[in-house]
Design a protein around this ligand. Structure first.
Ligand code: GLC
Length: 463
């Protein structure tokens, strides 16, 4: 018990040390404070990284920093519509920000990807921002914040950005590669699950946060319609279990017209060989991506775990995802919860998909590395599905290593035994992810901050 307490205290202290102040107020946390490595942009507050910290603060009864973060990032959101392609799109939230000063005056400088490695667009930031705003309201009851005109405007801008008609005709969101936690080229352009699960969670959040007045009627209606189309599409077409795999395996191709069964013209020979044996009888998961003649059969953790939490996956599917994690524990959890995606791309695939990225070599970093931040999503998903034993098992593994390894950013190797080649130490979301997982086991009711009930109108649509 003593060791447990000192571990939690060490984590709390490290989280405290990561706080960024702006004009004397706490506004966020740095991504990492590794004294031995050049900071690059890890001294900034990343929107996606801050979500884990924010959950800890909300759980610890310290909502002010979350409120400040939401308010300040809202001022950074792009509000202008410009016709030039060198400025970020209207409604976008930054990937990260930092405090700078000029003539003795502090100001916040945002990065929308113009400075990030490979200039990747942070599509997930706006989605996480909405999910976090809803978590803040759940924790504090302060719906008045979300109802403020500036916040309603911010929500409108995000919705306009996501819901406008585009070149395609799918309910899923079309995005470029590297637009989320996996912010390097990893073949996740198009309709990656990680983004779709956050998109679904963001729309569910907007549904709760939009002031129910006549001027919001069109937004509310668009959100409702998109939600029901999105859930239908993902539950039906992304789902993979043995039965579904067998269907795809026997698909006819080149079907034309409305009655086509093989809607996306998937070719059975594109099913990778590893999947035949890997998929357990009682397990299943949502595929990584789906587009014309393309299903990405890789398992992605954020997408699947967030699908459970947001109820994008139905109850049966959620149980099957947890069965898969349990039965493929060595592959998906191994020596550190949990793998960001499985399996790694190797050989010629690695060359073409990553562009020969030396940071994303097989079983490292985004390409099949293990990320302790995912512990909180795993714990929350396990709790939601009534699989408490898995939380304890995962926590035990993490507890043995996290402090010793100084809160490493990620782990390498097929089963995640090695501290990642270029992993930062004192990575804030590793610290916060552990604290959230710990807190959820002690206070299961806090799951409500990040979890959504099944949407009954959506169920009707899928029948
Ligand atoms: C890396 C990760 C990204 C994270 C950032 C800060 O770029 O790929 O997901 O937000 O580091 O930790």
């Amino acid at each position: 018990m003593g060791a447990q307490n000192s571990l939690i205290e060490a984590a709390q202290q490290a989280l405290e040390n990561s706080i960024i102040y702006y004009q004397g107020e706490p506004v966020g946390t740095v991504a990492a404070s590794d004294p031995e490595v050049e900071a690059l942009n890890y001294d900034q507050c990343f929107v996606r990284d801050f979500v884990s910290s924010a959950l800890v603060f909300l759980m610890n009864g310290k909502p002010e920093i979350v409120r400040n973060f939401l308010t300040q990032t809202l001022t950074l959101q792009v509000c202008e519509k410009k016709m030039d392609c060198f400025t970020p799109g209207q409604g976008l939230m930054p990937a990260s920000f930092k405090v700078e000063s000029k003539d003795g005056e502090e100001y916040l400088k945002a990065d929308f990807g113009e400075q990030a490695i490979a200039r990747v667009t942070p599509i997930d930031s706006s989605l996480w921002w909405l999910i976090l705003l809803r978590a803040y309201v759940k924790a504090t009851g302060d719906i008045a914040l979300a109802y403020q005109p500036e916040f309603q405007k911010g929500i409108h801008l995000i919705l306009e950005l996501c819901l406008t008609a585009r070149f395609d005709m799918f309910p899923t969101l079309l995005v470029p590669d590297g637009s989320c936690m996996i912010d390097r080229r990893m073949g996740i352009y198009g309709y990656p699950l990680d983004i779709q699960a956050l998109f679904y969670g963001a729309l569910r959040s907007a549904q709760e946060l939009l002031l129910p007045n006549p001027s919001n009627a069109t937004y509310i209606e668009s959100v409702n319609t998109r939600l029901s189309h999105l859930i239908y599409h993902i539950q039906k077409y992304y789902w993979l279990d043995l039965e579904r795999l067998n269907e795809i395996y026997r698909y006819k191709s080149e079907e034309f017209g409305e009655t086509a069964v093989n809607k996306f013209n998937l070719y059975p020979t594109s099913i990778p060989e590893w999947l035949y044996e890997w998929l357990p009888d009682t397990g299943g998961y949502l595929a990584g991506n789906l587009g014309p003649a393309w299903m990405d059969f890789r398992f992605f953790a954020v997408g699947n775990l967030m699908a459970i939490l947001t109820s994008l996956a139905n109850q049966q599917q959620s149980q099957a995802i947890m069965n898969l994690i349990e039965q493929r524990w060595t592959d998906l959890v191994g020596h550190m919860p949990m793998k960001i995606c499985f399996p790694a791309v190797e050989g010629r695939d690695w060359q073409t998909i990553t562009g020969c990225d030396p940071k994303n070599i097989p079983w490292s970093y985004h390409n099949g590395g293990n990320w302790p931040v995912l512990l909180w999503m795993l714990a929350a998903a396990a709790q939601k599905t009534g699989r408490g034993e898995l939380i304890h098992k995962a926590l035990e593994i993490a507890e043995n290593r996290l402090l010793k390894d100084q809160w490493a950013e990620y782990y390498d190797g097929k089963s995640g035994r090695l501290v990642g080649k270029e992993a930062r130490k004192f990575q804030t979301w590793t610290i916060a992810g552990f604290l959230v997982a710990k807190d959820l086991t002690a206070n299961p009711d806090r799951l409500a901050l990040i979890s959504f009930e099944e949407d009954s109108s959506a169920i009707a649509c899928t029948l």
